[in-house]
Design a protein around this ligand. Structure first.
Ligand code: HEC
Length: 131
């Protein structure tokens, strides 16, 4: 078989590869069997989904991380600066599964009033890989 053809078959059968290697690694940990389909489009919707908090105000993920993930955000309660979430400008992002899990847990609870599912976390990460 021609080498080029073989390579394209291998590429087609591989899992979807996102632009950020750290996010690729995370998605493999969330879905070791490679059976789930993660969608950046669904992730985008989740990120911007408005929810009413206990304070009666609308909140979504950008409430603290800001509208442009390549820029610093600001914690809505403490006022503390949050470094950019985009891996394109911040190479430390998404490199530590424990950290990612800790913040998903905390932030999903605060934003949606519940924890996120594996599917939702994967979708959000797929979208974050493009920011
Ligand atoms: C109340 C403020 C706040 C909101 C709202 C918020 N975050 Fe965060 N987020 C933080 C803080 C603080 C950190 C940790 C500090 C840091 O990493 O710079 C963080 C870190 C993270 C990380 C870890 C990234 C890494 O470095 O690996 C992820 C993932 C994340 N947030 C996702 C989300 C998602 C998804 C939502 C919406 C469901 C959200 N955040 C909403 C404050 C917030």
């Amino acid at each position: 078989m021609k080498k080029g053809l073989l390579i394209s078959i291998l590429l087609l059968s591989a899992q979807a590869v996102w632009a950020v290697p750290a996010i690729d690694d995370l998605l493999k940990q969330y879905d070791p069997a490679g059976k789930m389909q993660f969608s950046a489009e669904r992730g985008d919707k989740l990120w911007h989904q408005k929810n009413v908090g206990e304070d009666g105000k609308n909140r979504d993920c950008s409430t603290c991380h800001g509208a442009d993930l390549r820029k610093q955000g600001k914690h809505v309660k403490s006022g503390k600066v949050i470094e950019p979430l985009s891996a394109a400008v911040n190479s430390e992002r998404f490199t530590d599964m424990k950290k990612v899990e800790k913040w998903f847990k905390r932030n999903c609870k605060w934003t949606y009033g519940r924890e996120c599912t594996t599917q939702e976390k994967g979708d959000i990460l797929a979208w974050l890989a493009k920011q």
